[in-house]
Design a protein around this ligand. Structure first.
Ligand code: HEM
Length: 241
């Protein structure tokens, strides 16, 4: 026999019904937007201005540059939508805007993740790094599609979980640049020179660090926010009437 559903199993309902939480309990929103804005202003213009000579990525052909540019353009749309989707004020006060930016996010991720896949296969980084990026592209696509499907079925608790995973994967590309700086500093003393071999190892370490740490953080966050906030609230094992 199935156990009686508990308060913790209850679906939170559609966006807009979320409880009000003071801003200081969400200190990550402003740093998240700041880091994203810096990434976009710093990295994106070089790929959207038809200036292949500015590309940091070693390009195989003109077509490769076009794929990269489309990848960066769609990735930018996805990142901006991610920031909007994670903004609790928007979810609570503008549920229609939340729905629209959510749809734009999904519409950007479907082609964006496939272009990320193409970019990952063409990349010059060593095979372990390419495997990491291929996994990232496929997981990004999969989690987004499942999250979207859950929203369509009005299973909002599951929608939230899958979208947190999708956003964590999307943002791994931003934190990847922070990991690159860290691995650069950590590995440099062990290499005779800062040459191509060194940079390739830094790239592989950064790809896997950003992917794995973000996946683990997302699972930790899902678990943490699934627990009831106040001990004075109804117990998790209280049967739903
Ligand atoms: C989440 C899945 C993603 C994957 C698997 C992925 C993969 C890649 C790969 C393989 C490269 C080329 C690296 C090389 O060949 O050395 C690249 C470059 C790039 N990607 Fe993505 N990407 C993803 C998401 C994004 C997003 C969301 C953005 C946001 C704008 C983005 C922006 C860029 C930029 C700007 C570059 C050029 C490298 C640079 O100048 O920093 N990517 N990406």
């Amino acid at each position: 026999m199935n156990p009686a559903p508990t308060v913790a199993d209850r679906d939170p309902g559609p966006p807009g019904l979320a409880a009000r939480v003071p801003w200081w309990r969400r200190p990550w929103i402003v740093p998240l937007w700041a880091v994203t804005a810096i990434f976009i202003v710093w990295r994106v213009p070089d790929y959207l201005g038809f200036t292949p000579e500015k590309s940091l990525v070693a390009l195989r052909s003109h077509e490769h540059y076009l794929v990269m540019s489309a990848h960066v353009a769609l990735g930018t749309v996805a990142l901006v939508c991610c920031c909007l989707q994670m903004w609790p004020w928007l979810r609570r006060n503008r549920p229609r805007a939340h729905r629209i930016s959510g749809r734009i996010y999904v519409a950007a991720v479907i082609p964006g993740s496939l272009l990320a896949l193409a970019t990952s296969v063409q990349s010059m980084v060593p095979v372990p790094g390419r495997i990491g990026n291929v996994m990232l592209s496929l997981l990004w696509l999969g989690t987004t599609l499942v999250g979207f499907r859950m929203a369509r079925r009005r299973r909002f608790a599951e929608h939230r979980r899958w979208m947190i995973r999708s956003f964590a994967l999307c943002f791994s590309i931003v934190v990847n640049r922070l990991w690159t700086a860290l691995w650069f500093a950590v590995l440099m003393p062990f290499y005779p020179a800062v040459d191509v071999a060194f940079w390739m190892d830094v790239a592989v370490a950064s790809i896997w660090s950003s992917l794995l740490v973000n996946v683990l953080l997302a699972e930790w966050w899902i678990e943490r926010t699934s627990r009831p906030r106040r001990p004075t609230g109804p117990r998790r094992d209280t049967p739903v009437p």
